[in-house]
Design a protein around this ligand. Structure first.
Ligand code: NAP
Length: 318
């Protein structure tokens, strides 16, 4: 068994619409419903041994719900991670036309969002640039890097980056080389990794071996690993996942998560579950291991990163 832990991400819990491939849509989209559900999810996750919770200012009320829950449940073994760099602009308007979150990797955005996120201390342990890219030049912004260094020195937080897109490996490589006063600035890397997208395998393995924290996101390819008539080109994968799910008597999401645990052995895989049933099913991944031959066969379903990210770009907010 690997030592990978399952964490819970709040992207689907803190706001009413997300880019997941939803097969069942919530009937009640009110803020009260989401608040109650978030508290239920956090209680349930903690009771099942989950300690790592990941959020961001752009996950609607994600940070607020987590902070309120923490106030009522001040456990001393929690690990929160949050991010800075995206702002939620959909403002709970259902069917909001356009991107629901806007990117801004400026020093002003860092200062503004840090002034809110710091209230998650002392459970806050990891502070990440949200979707660092070469285009935003955030990894070359001396003022931003210096401020992150100051926050790190003052609070003891691990600084991290989250990455997306076909250049994720290059961005991680670049971030892992940045040093301030001879110290590597970034020690945590949040990366998309799943059966369809394994292109960052080698660099992540080397970071894991060097003792860095690797956090996996989008482990279920935003829901694309579930059989879906809109994705007929994955029918061989769906059949294979289904056979393994029957063999191990778990749902297909547990097979997909186990694949990552056995193939990559990251520190944390974030569950994107939006209800307690999904989370329980995800956690079945901790109870078995895949055989070598099964891993080899699942590895064959990887896409070329351009194809993967092109499909990902076309997912709709819903
Ligand atoms: N740039 C970034 O930094 C970034 C980007 C993306 C994600 N993240 C982090 O990673 C976390 C997880 O990623 P994610 O939510 O995007 O992706 P994910 O885990 O790949 O996808 C979650 C999807 O799987 C579905 N699901 C999960 N378990 C299920 C089950 N047992 N049965 C049926 N459906 C199931 C969810 O359903 P529903 O559709 O019903 O909710 C959702 O569609 C996020 O919460 C966030 O913390 C970070």
């Amino acid at each position: 068994m690997s030592s990978t832990k399952i964490g819970l991400g709040l992207a689907a819990i803190g706001r009413p619409e997300y880019i997941n491939v939803r097969q069942v849509v919530d009937v009640d989209k009110s803020e009260q419903y989401y608040r109650d559900n978030a508290f239920k999810m956090l209680d349930f996750a903690y009771s099942r041994g989950i300690r790592h919770f990941d959020t961001a200012p752009s996950y609607g009320k994600g940070e607020e719900f987590l902070q309120q829950w923490y106030k009522e449940n001040p456990y001393d073994d929690l690990i929160f991670s949050t991010k800075w760099g995206y702002t939620y602009v959909a403002n709970w308007n259902l069917g909001y036309n356009g991107a629901h979150e806007i990117k801004e990797h400026s020093i002003h955005k860092l200062l503004e969002q840090w002034s809110v996120s710091k209230h998650l201390l002392p459970a806050l342990k990891v502070y990440q640039i949200h979707s660092a890219t070469f285009e935003s030049a955030v990894l070359e912004n001396a003022e931003v890097l210096q401020k992150l260094y100051e926050i790190k020195r003052k609070t003891g937080l691990k600084m991290g980056v989250s990455v997306s897109g076909e250049h994720q490996s290059e961005i991680i490589a670049c971030a892992s080389q940045i040093k301030i006063k001879e110290e590597p600035l970034f020690e945590s890397f949040q990366v998309t990794y799943n059966i369809l997208e394994t292109s960052s395998h080698d660099i992540l393995r080397s970071l894991i071996k060097a003792g860095k924290l690797v956090i996996i996101k989008e482990a279920l390819a935003n829901g694309r690993i579930f059989r879906n008539d809109g994705y007929k080109h994955y029918s061989d994968l769906y059949t294979e996942l289904n056979n393994l799910s029957e063999k191990y008597r778990v749902s297909v999401d547990a097979i997909a998560l186990r694949f990552i645990m056995d193939h990559l052995q990251p520190g944390v895989i974030l569950s994107g579950a939006s209800n307690t049933r999904q989370l329980s099913e995800n956690m079945q991944a901790l109870k078995f291991t895949l055989e070598n031959q099964e891993l080899i066969s699942l590895k064959q379903h990887k896409l070329n990163p351009d194809a993967y990210w092109n499909e990902r770009k076309h997912l709709q907010w819903n």
